[in-house]
Design a protein. Structure first.
Length: 72
């Protein structure tokens, strides 16, 4: 794949490359994260998980994914 077809994003402080027009949902699937146990922040804004399929990632986006862990 040509480098022109990729963008750099930051996920939990680590840079990664994805193809252009990559959705936030595709990122979650690629990272193999269970959607029901996370909160997602995109560029310092909390994202409604019902809308992640419609959100296209852009060059320089910063994504933070927080896992919920039960315990006592």
């Amino acid at each position: 794949m040509n480098i022109k077809n990729k963008i750099k994003i930051t996920v939990n402080g680590k840079q990664m490359q994805v193809i252009t027009n990559f959705s936030l949902k595709s990122l979650i699937v690629k990272l193999k994260i269970p959607i029901d146990k996370i909160a997602i922040e995109l560029n310092k804004k909390i994202i409604d998980k019902k809308k992640i399929s419609k959100i296209q990632l852009k060059k320089g986006d910063k994504i933070e994914i927080v896992h919920f862990i039960g315990g006592g």
